[in-house]
Design a binder for this molecule. Structure first.
Ligand code: CS2
Length: 477
């Protein structure tokens, strides 16, 4: 079977061809994080925006760690296919949005050149929570992190290996060479993600050995915008079955297909300092304040996902749809949304309707979204999804039974060494605190930057009370 590439496009069924001719596009966006989510979300909005407007917006995607995805993309002229998983089936369509694929370390010179190029006016990122290297105590850049410290010490030589280091050094070089305005857009699931990104980039410049750092920070304040955004689309990791099904439907081999639910949404804070694709032509919302949308999505969708993941794994389930098929799954989603809704600011979607939509999205039988994928990196996810709402509710004296159960699910799963987590070693150490579950729960909460919740003895008691049932594989809701 031939491989997907530009030469193969003409033979594809018309509904599977890109909406743009990739040869017409120019690189105007640099994206860090080449994973399935970007390919199923922002890349699609950009391709559609280019198709609607005739403007040649192309994206150069940068893989933060391994070069293999970048190389696999290059081998197929940066083309890949997306299949929308509808209960009645889905047809893969090739997306032509990408104009280049690079590996951060190996292709540093090319990435820097793109960041300096005045023709590049947008940078986007999907690097997950851990890509920001935040200190749990301050929320700013964790300068004690080994990879960050190494980048800081070599910033002058331009050898950064972290995304934040590379971005900060690239922006610094851009400021020195005329400071053409640019917007840098975090597309990761964090509250106030624009401010978070701005802070860690500025912290990097400030703590670096760059001799002109004060001048760079001043120029950045004038010309670099960090709009906040909310991205939404459920995109399970690609499986060998997806590869086979895509090849069967396209008649060519695509090494990097992605699948996603039909639903997608993108809400962006309307404060760009430089030209951007007209994403609103493809349904994106440009609003003055994304916070109501962001907190609704984080606390309801992502919060429910994490709760389903931890409790579902305890109950022996594999996917979100499996957990939803259990009696407690739907009850959990609705009860969590109802518990957390009073913490949401006005101006966002209606929480009850949002919860109903979530139930339908999570039940989609065409999706196989692994609970273990969602449970990965939870020490960083729950601090965005559960803990701020939990704090607010407990401060108000409100009952928090669903968040307590979810937290017990997390505590239970922190023993599982096979779930990836940047805090894995610290979490494991918490279990050596002793046979006393209360002490373990307190240590775990402290590790994720919540010593205040560790001191809440009512909360700790409630969490501990759920552990025996979870150990027996039962979710009591
Ligand atoms: C999920 C998200 O893996 C996870 O943690 O909760 O990736 C979720 O599917 C997306 O944010 C949906 O927009």
């Amino acid at each position: 079977m031939h491989q997907l590439n530009r030469a193969a496009l003409g033979a594809l069924p018309p509904e599977s061809r890109p909406r743009v001719d990739p040869a017409d596009l120019r690189t105007r966006i640099v994206h860090f994080g080449i994973g399935a989510f970007h390919r199923a979300h922002q890349a699609l909005y950009t391709e559609n925006a280019a198709a609607h407007s005739g403007e040649p917006w192309g994206t150069a995607a940068v893989a933060p760690r391994s070069a293999s995805t970048a190389d696999a993309l290059r081998a197929q002229d940066c083309l890949y296919s997306l299949t929308e998983r509808r209960p009645e089936g889905g047809v893969p369509r090739v997306v032509g949005a990408l104009t280049g694929a690079y590996a951060l370390g190996r292709d540093a010179a090319e990435v820097d050149a793109l960041l300096i190029d005045p023709g590049t006016t947008v940078v986007t990122l999907t690097v997950t929570e851990k890509g920001y290297h935040r200190s749990p105590a301050t929320g700013g850049l964790d300068t004690t992190d080994a990879s960050v410290a190494a980048d800081l010490a070599t910033a002058r030589e331009g050898r950064a290996t972290t995304v934040i280091g590379r971005l900060a050094c690239g922006l610094a070089a851009r400021m020195r060479s005329g400071a053409a305005p640019i917007s840098v857009v975090s597309c990761d699931n964090m509250a106030d993600n624009g401010a978070v990104l701005s802070r860690v980039v500025r912290d990097f410049v400030q703590a670096s050995d760059l001799p002109d750092r004060e001048r760079i920070l001043t120029a950045m304040a004038e010309t670099v915008a960090f709009p906040a955004t909310v991205v939404d689309r459920i995109v399970p990791a690609t499986t060998p079955d997806d590869l086979r099904a895509t090849a069967g439907a396209l008649g060519v081999h695509d090494a990097l297909p992605v699948t996603g639910e039909p639903y997608r949404q993108w809400v962006l804070e309307d404060r760009f300092t430089a030209p951007r694709p007209p994403w609103e032509r493809d349904g994106a919302l440009l609003v003055p304040d994304v916070a109501p949308y962001q907190l609704t999505k984080l606390r309801l969708l992502n919060g429910a996902h994490s709760a389903l993941a931890h409790l579902g794994i305890a109950a022996g389930r594999t996917t979100v749809a499996d957990a939803m098929a259990d009696g407690w799954g739907e009850r959990l989603v609705k009860a969590l949304c109802a518990e957390v809704a009073p913490t949401l600011p006005d101006g966002g979607p209606d929480p009850a309707r949002y919860a109903d939509d979530l139930v339908a999205r999570f039940r989609n039988p065409a999706m196989r979204h692994s609970l273990r994928q969602i449970a990965s990196d939870s020490s960083l996810k729950i601090t965005e999804r559960w803990l701020p709402a939990l704090r607010l509710l407990r401060e108000r004296g409100a009952a928090t039974p669903v968040l307590e159960l979810a937290l017990a699910g997390w505590v239970h799963l922190t023993r599982d060494q096979d779930i990836p987590d940047p805090a894995r070693a610290a979490l494991t150490t918490c279990w050596q605190t002793g046979p006393d579950d209360r002490a373990v729960v307190r240590a775990l909460l402290t590790t994720v930057g919540a010593p205040d919740l560790a001191d809440d003895s009512g909360l700790v008691t409630a969490v501990v009370r759920h552990l025996p049932a979870l150990r027996a594989g039962r979710v009591d809701l």
